[in-house]
Each structure stands twice: as structure tokens, then as C-alpha cells.
Write a protein that binds this ligand. Structure first.
Ligand code: PBG
Length: 332
């Protein structure tokens, strides 16, 4: 036989042909854009560790939210930096906290934009841990109570979705219960269900000033490995996700995205609720740094990465690339 019987290249022969047989389409509807809220007014400071990202006060976050909504992005994810930290992270549930103010400012200007809030104590505690330390350990159940208070204060400020990222056991149930009891049955929970103890959070921890403190490191508590998952485990991720759905999570997340595409794929096969994936700070900056050195085409690499996360099975992609990707998609 002098020729291949099946020629796969026929299906790649033109742009129109490729478009017609494309299996995965990234849409602006899939994107969530993270933002960093700071106390004060008229603050817009570039974040040194993360290109094109800013620390914003509530008024400037509202300006940003208008742009995000104009691009067609359906949701933002808010992180907060407190004025003052303490052992319990009490500013996390303060009515006048940066996140609470930002939620109100956004809802006033762009009521249709979904506001998701990160629920975790690490940016608010002097220890830099995602919960309270008692003795030499992180007190799981005491932390869940504080997280529920934090989630409730976000709901009271007008958040549509709360997203706990702490990895304590039982926090979804604790938050769901407090929301129901206080009349916030309409507020959804997006659980960071399979969150791994990853090296790719580095730039974020600089941005959120949320790394475990030197004192904690000296005491042998310098990492988050007793609560975030071991990157070697995928079956355990399935158990984590199942538990969070049982406790009342409406949507679940896998984080980071790129080194855990197989986990996203497994989650897609086993669960029917919406699945989000977080394209984290280190993944974002890896691409930016390479592009700045002229090693790759940033836009092309960005679209490839975001499409791959969707192809793996994610419905929702949380990414610092969201605005850039939305502009590109709008121009197609
Ligand atoms: C808070 C939190 C972190 C991220 C999101 N929420 C940092 C961490 O767990 O240390 C990381 C996000 C990113 O790297 O983009 N617990």
C-alpha cells in the first residue's frame, strides 16, 4: 500500500476545518478574575511579585469591577489584606474590613457582577497560618468557627459566593449551617476542596503577605502541609471533594491547575457539580517571566494553558490572565 489509509491531517487543513472539529472552546463565561482589596481610599499599588496585578482600595476595586464586567467576565474573586493582624485574624470578620467594603462598593457600581470571596485566615493572622494555633497545633474546630464568622460577614456585605480555601476538616458544613441560620440560604459555597501544598503559591504569598511567619518556621510550623494536600495524592483528592459536596458545597475547586490536570479530569468523571480550577500565581508568573525573557509568546501560551484546563474538565477557570484572555476572545 503506497499511502496511509487514514489521513488525520485532512481535519487540520484549514482554519475553518480546525474550527469546525474543535473539541474544547474557552469562553469568557468560564473566567473568574482575582482581585486584592486593601484598606483606605484611592489606593492602586502594583504588586511587585505579580505582573499587571494591583493592591486596590474599595473605590478603585469598584472601578476595576466595571472594566471586568465590560469585558464580559462573570465574576471576581476577592482577597483581603487587613490593617492589623492578630493571633485569631479578627479583622477577617470586621464590618469595615477591606473585603467587606470592596463587596459593597462593587455591588453598588456593578450589581450584576458575581462577587466570590476567599474565606481563609492566613492574611489576617500574625502566624501566617490559615487557622488558630493552640499549643503546637492548628486547632481545626476552633478555626472552623472563625471561618464561619468570616463567611457570614462576607454574606452580610453582599457576597454571592463564599470560597473557603483553608482546608480544615468540616468547614463547609460549619459555614453552610451558619449561613442557613442567619438567612443566607441563597449564598453559594465554592469549596477549595482539593487544595495542594504547592510551591506555586509563592508570588501570591508575597502579594497577600500571608506566608507562615519566621517565628512559626522556627517552631517547626513553617509550611501548610498538615492541612493542604500532598501533591502526590489523587485518590485522596476524590475523597476530599466527596466530603465537601456532602457537607453542602455547591461547587468544588482543584488548585493549582497545571500540575493537577489529572485531578481535574478525575473530578469531572466522578462528580456532576460545577468544577473550578485555580490557575495560581506561580503558574501565571512562570509564563510572564518566560515571555519577558522573549522565550515564548505570552498570548499563545496563555490560551493554550487556559484551554488545557478546560479540556481536562474544569467548568470555571480562576486566573490572573482573565482580563487579557477576555480581550483576546472578544477580538476573535
Ligand atoms: C489562602 C490562599 C492562597 C491562595 C489562594 N488562597 C495561598 C496559600 O494557600 O498559601 C493561592 C493563590 C495563588 O497562588 O494564586 N489560603
Amino acid at each position: 500500500m503506497g499511502f496511509p489509509e487514514i489521513r488525520m491531517r485532512r481535519l487540520r487543513s484549514s482554519a475553518a476545518m480546525r474550527r469546525m472539529v474543535r473539541e474544547t472552546t474557552l469562553s469568557v463565561d468560564d473566567l473568574v478574575y482575582p482581585l486584592f482589596a486593601r484598606p483606605g481610599s484611592n489606593v492602586r499599588e502594583p504588586i511587585a511579585s505579580m505582573s499587571d496585578c494591583f493592591h486596590l482600595s474599595a473605590d478603585r476595586i469598584a472601578d476595576e469591577a466595571v472594566q471586568v464586567a465590560d469585558l464580559g467576565i462573570p465574576a471576581v474573586l476577592l482577597f483581603g489584606l487587613p490593617e492589623r493582624k492578630d493571633e485569631k485574624g479578627s479583622e477577617a470578620w470586621s464590618e469595615s474590613g477591606a473585603v467587606q467594603q470592596a463587596i459593597q462598593a462593587i455591588k453598588k457600581r456593578v450589581p450584576g457582577l458575581l462577587v466570590i470571596t476567599d474565606v481563609c485566615l492566613c492574611a489576617y493572622t500574625t502566624t501566617g497560618h490559615c487557622g488558630v494555633i493552640k499549643g503546637h497545633r492548628l486547632d481545626n474546630d476552633a478555626t472552623c468557627e472563625l471561618l464561619a464568622k468570616m463567611a457570614l460577614s462576607h454574606a452580610q456585605a453582599g457576597a454571592d459566593i463564599v470560597a473557603p480555601s483553608d482546608m480544615m476538616d468540616g468547614r463547609i458544613g460549619a459555614i453552610r449551617q451558619v449561613l442557613e441560620r442567619n438567612g443566607f440560604d441563597h449564598v453559594a459555597i465554592l469549596s477549595y476542596a482539593a487544595k495542594f501544598a504547592s510551591a506555586f503559591y509563592g508570588p501570591f504569598r508575597d502579594a497577600a503577605e500571608s506566608a507562615p511567619s519566621p517565628e512559626m518556621a522556627a517552631a517547626g510550623l513553617g509550611d501548610r502541609k498538615t492541612y493542604q494536600m500532598d501533591p502526590a495524592n489523587a485518590r485522596e483528592a476524590v475523597r476530599e471533594i466527596a466530603l465537601d459536596i456532602e457537607e453542602g458545597a455547591d461547587m468544588v475547586m482543584v488548585k493549582p491547575a497545571l500540575s493537577f490536570l489529572d485531578v481535574i479530569c478525575r473530578a469531572r468523571q466522578q462528580f456532576d457539580c460545577p468544577i473550578a480550577a485555580y490557575n495560581v500565581s506561580g503558574e501565571y508568573m512562570m509564563l510572564h517571566a518566560a515571555a519577558e525573557r522573549g522565550l515564548l509568546d505570552r498570548d499563545a501560551a496563555m490560551m493554550e494553558v487556559l484551554t488545557s484546563i478546560k479540556r481536562a474538565g474544569a467548568d470555571i477557570v480562576i486566573t490572573y490572565h482573565a482580563k487579557a484572555a477576555a480581550s483576546l476572545l472578544g477580538r476573535r
